[in-house]
Every structure is written in structure tokens, then in C-alpha cells.
Design a protein around this ligand. Structure first.
Ligand code: F6P
Length: 319
């Protein structure tokens, strides 16, 4: 391949810029040109594309967000959108595309690959919910942000003898919740992967209260439901004054941690290597500290195990 494109799609994640940088630099070092495609698949449909030079990715490695902007593109789910995108690639001489995003973005990459434009996906999402990879770009930074914020909440919970119910992101996955929960010493962690009841949560709070503790952290993954309702019920059933805090999009921002920068650099490099070898319809990931790649359909059909042991340990040591 002589010319490739790169885009970011879906929710942004810290480290996406580091991945773009790696893609651009790896491609240029292999004498391939790189086009930046703006606002996800929308850029392909609308022709919002610009060449990226070696210097256009200077000073981005340390920044959150994505210099290429991002979006979720409905039009790309339909044949007409896909054909427009393919036409843009042909007109601009783009022979392959690196797609940085989550599983929705990978479905688009598979669809475009099937129409003759080879794509390689890089897992970029704070949720860590891509089964073929133990790690996704942005996850570490998001967890560190959540941990710092829960630590701050703990200060005020303690001063007021309150229960802080903290809702973290993760869509339908509880990875951010269980890791943040254990790291912050939460009394309870509620995730979609594990059965839970408000009675069990309140019993745990009461048992902990009986040992002399007066403030509590309950970490709730957003996939579970309304954290405000959970806080209300805890207050009603235990008598402990409770407040709900939704951490929200702040978890998606900030300078990427070293783990995210390294993962992004490795995955970006490897994705370009695949296109350089003429391989498409692949997604790259990390398993046992090694970079691996899978067919996109196969990757999408895989199921990621939950961190049952971590969840169990967190529960056993939190009282
Ligand atoms: O997938 C990343 C994520 O931040 C999820 O954790 C969350 O459910 C969702 O995106 C929020 O999406 P939006 O940016 O559209 O509000």
C-alpha cells in the first residue's frame, strides 16, 4: 500500500492521539502516505480528509481527546453511506484504513473491508470491553481519573458520616467499576455482570457500621441503573445519609498515562504493519503482553470474561 487513512470513531479515549501519532510515523517510515479522516466515518462520507505530515503529529502524545475529532456515524450503517465512503477512498487513493475505536467502529471497519477497502481496528475505549484484547487504549487513564475523584469524595463522605454512591462509566461492562472499587476501598461494588440486591448492599453497610465505620463508598457501574435511586434506597433502609455522584465524561479526558501511551504506540505501529503487508479486516490487541491480531468478525464474536476473582477479593476485604 502506498497511501492509508486513519480515523477515530465512537467515544474518545485518552491515548487516541498517541495512537494516531504512531500510525502516522510508522506509515511514513515505510514510505506510505497518511490521510487524516475527520470526525470518524463522517469524514469518509463527506470527504473531510487532510494529509498528515511527520510534524502534524508533534506534541500530541501527551494530550487527551483526539486531534482527528470523533463521532458515531448512523449513515455508515447503511449501504449508501458505505458506498460513499468507498468512493472517497478511491478518489483520494486511500488503499487501507486504521480505525481507532470500540466494537461499533469495528463493525464499520468490517463492512468497509468487505467492500474492498482493507481496514485494521485498534481498540480505543475507556470501557475495556473488547474481548480479543486484554487492554483497550484509554482504560488506565480513565480508571486513574475515577480513582482520584473517588478519593476526593471519600474526604467529604468521612467528614459528614455519609455514604457516597459513585457511578462510573463502562457502558454495559463493569471493568472500570471493579478496578476503581478495589483501588478506593469501596464497601460495595455493583456491576452488571454480577447479581446484586439493595438488601445485600444495605446489609453490608450495616455490618460494616457495626464494626465502627461511619462512612461508605459504593461504586456503581453505569450499566446497572440509576445511582440516584440506589443512594435513596440506601438512605431509607440504613439511615445513613447518602449522596449519589455521577462521574460522567470527566473520565474520558485528561493526559494519557504511560500505560495508555505505550499501548497506543505499539498498537498503532502494528496496525500499520498489517496494512503494509496487505492485510485487512483485522483488529489488533494485547494478550499476555504481546500484540496479537484477529479477523474482525471473529473478534466481535468473542466474549470477555469478567474479573470474578478481583470482584470476590474486593468484597472479602471491604468491611
Ligand atoms: O464507550 C465509552 C463511553 O464513555 C461509555 O462508557 C459511555 O456509556 C458512553 O461512551 C457515553 O457516550 P456519549 O459520549 O455518547 O455520552
Amino acid at each position: 500500500m502506498k497511501k492509508i487513512g486513519v480515523l477515530t470513531s465512537g467515544g474518545d479515549a485518552p491515548g487516541m492521539n498517541a495512537a494516531i501519532r504512531a500510525v502516522v510515523r510508522a506509515a511514513l517510515s515505510k514510505n506510505m502516505e497518511v490521510m487524516g479522516i475527520y470526525r470518524g466515518y463522517n469524514g469518509l462520507i463527506n470527504g473531510d480528509i487532510k494529509p498528515l505530515s511527520v510534524r502534524s503529529v508533534s506534541d500530541v502524545i501527551q494530550h487527551g481527546g483526539t486531534m482527528l475529532y470523533t463521532a458515531r456515524c448512523q449513515e455508515f450503517r447503511h449501504e449508501e453511506g458505505l458506498q460513499k465512503a468507498k468512493q472517497t477512498c478511491i478518489e483520494n487513493g486511500i488503499e487501507g484504513i486504521v480505525v481507532i475505536g470500540g466494537d461499533g467502529s469495528f463493525r464499520g471497519a468490517a463492512d468497509l473491508s468487505a467492500r474492498g477497502i482493507p481496514c485494521v481496528g485498534i481498540p480505543g475505549t475507556i470501557d475495556n470491553d473488547i474481548a480479543m484484547s486484554e487492554y483497550t487504549i484509554g482504560y488506565d487513564t480513565a480508571m486513574n481519573t475515577a480513582m482520584e475523584l473517588v478519593d476526593k469524595l471519600r474526604d467529604t463522605s468521612q467528614s459528614h458520616d455519609r455514604c457516597s454512591v459513585v457511578e462510573v462509566m463502562g457502558r454495559n461492562a463493569g471493568y472500570i467499576a471493579v478496578n476503581t472499587g478495589i483501588a478506593c476501598g469501596a464497601t460495595c461494588i455493583i456491576v452488571p455482570e454480577k447479581p446484586w440486591s439493595i438488601e445485600a448492599v444495605c446489609d453490608k453497610i450495616k455490618q460494616t457500621q457495626a464494626t465502627g465505620k461511619h462512612h461508605f463508598i459504593v461504586v456503581v457501574s453505569e450499566g446497572v441503573g440509576n445511582s440516584g435511586d440506589i443512594a435513596k434506597q440506601i438512605e431509607e433502609k440504613t439511615g445513613v445519609e447518602s449522596r449519589a455522584t455521577i462521574l460522567g465524561h470527566v473520565q474520558r479526558g485528561g493526559s494519557p498515562t504511560i500505560r495508555d501511551r505505550i499501548a497506543a504506540s505499539q498498537l498503532g505501529y502494528y496496525a500499520v504493519q498489517l496494512l503494509f503487508e496487505g492485510k485487512g479486516n483485522r483488529v489488533v490487541g494485547i494478550q499476555n503482553n504481546k500484540i496479537v491480531d484477529y479477523d474482525i468478525q471473529e473478534a466481535l464474536s468473542m466474549k470477555k470474561p469478567f474479573e470474578d476473582e478481583l470482584y470476590r477479593i474486593a468484597d472479602e476485604i471491604s468491611f
